[in-house]
Ligand binder design. Structure first.
Ligand code: NAD
Ligand code: AKB
Length: 320
């Protein structure tokens, strides 16, 4: 049985994807990797490699030594950070993906690529954004996501690499902090609601964007990678989402659980500028039809679950 490699495994998604994959396939079959040093308390959870995706030889070496058959390639800079450092973002987001695809071509690995709603731009239809449509983003993050989708398509068509991808919306989670994206407000708001009953949001109250609770995203990634290849009409990335919400709507939902919760707004022009070019909602029919995408958590369920998990986490922090 070949092993699974996860790059960027210590980030927001990897912190939940790796345990889920280990629960599913066995701890020894999942090799986590990241540019960062593994925290000591995680050392016994399974194999870990210190791996910089911009270094092709390091990837080839890990793939060969661990007999890797599938790579979940998560390492990247997110939208707001990528806009601050566009040159670094190009090097990590594009260079890293190219290196992973090359290793996959040489060693016949499957590759998962996390694209984003950021792969769309201001000239894309913003409501019920179709699966196949105009993709002319105006951010470096978006440019790397569209180019990444095309590169996955190319490696599938030209070299027969089994590439699969999702256009992920903003992901809401409590295990690891977000890495510097435009949708990070939808996580910060929960922490601040419980700590201070107040949150100052960096996006306008009416900024509508797609979101999803992390367990739905993890389930979708694993389901897509296990889907029958003959059912997949798209090898670049599938639109997925579980809810299309604004900061005002999320605050109102939190207010049902946290008495006196208040939100105000101090708009960050950079992140607002990015959000204003992204879809308000995407059409997920292709994912539902091709491989059975079916998210479980809507806004109400996500809010209830996030608050319960964070309350337990805060209580544990205070106790210990
Ligand atoms: P994150 O920023 O939390 O984690 C990324 C990880 O990559 C970090 O642990 C970082 O140390 C690592 N990394 C950075 N440069 C590296 C390099 N050169 N080599 C190896 N590791 C490196 O990001 P995330 O939220 O976990 O996102 C993972 C992927 O999913 C990214 O491609 C992101 O664009 C995509 N995505 C995320 C979201 C979201 O809401 N989290 C939404 C859409 C798409
Ligand atoms: C970001 O805001 O950069 C990410 C994303 C939607 O790609 N969360």
């Amino acid at each position: 049985m070949q092993r699974i490699l996860v790059t960027g495994a210590l980030g927001q998604i990897g912190s939940e994807l790796v345990p889920a994959l280990r629960a599913h396939f066995g701890a020894d079959r999942v090799v986590a990797s990241d540019l960062r040093i593994l925290p000591r308390q995680q050392a016994k959870e399974g194999p870990y490699e210190h791996l910089d995706c911009t270094q092709p030889q390091q990837i080839l070496d890990v793939v060969r030594r661990h007999d890797i058959g599938c790579v979940y390639h998560l390492a990247a800079l997110l939208s707001a950070v990528a806009e601050e450092k566009p040159h670094v973002a190009w090097s990590i987001n594009m260079g890293g993906l190219y290196n992973v695809l090359e290793a996959a071509r040489q060693y016949q690995c499957q590759v998962f690529f996390p694209s984003s709603i950021g792969a769309f731009g201001p000239s894309t239809p913003r409501d019920e954004t179709p699966q196949v449509t105009v993709q002319r983003p105006t951010t470096m993050y978006g440019v790397t996501k569209v180019a990444g989708e095309l590169l996955c398509d190319y490696y599938a068509a030209r070299f027969g690499v089994d590439t699969r991808g999702l256009r992920l919306p903003g992901l809401i989670s409590y295990v690891a902090p977000p890495g510097g994206g435009t949708t990070d407000y939808a996580i910060e708001i929960f922490w601040q609601a419980l700590r201070y009953r107040q949150y100052t949001c960096f996006l306008r109250a009416d900024t509508r964007l797609d979101m999803m609770y992390m367990p739905d995203a993890i389930g979708a990634m694993i389901a897509l990678m296990q889907a029958d290849p003959d059912t997949l009409r798209h090898r670049n990335a599938y639109n997925i989402s579980a809810m299309s919400i604004t900061p005002a709507e999320l605050a109102a939902e939190i207010g049902k659980h946290v008495a006196d919760f208040a939100i105000d707004y101090q708009v960050d022009p950079v992140r607002q500028g990015i959000a204003d070019t992204w879809p308000r909602s995407v059409d997920t029919r292709a994912a539902r039809e091709d491989w059975g995408f079916a998210p479980q958590f809507d806004l109400a369920a996500t809010t209830t679950e996030m608050l319960a998990q964070l309350r337990a986490k805060i209580a544990a922090q205070r106790a210990g």
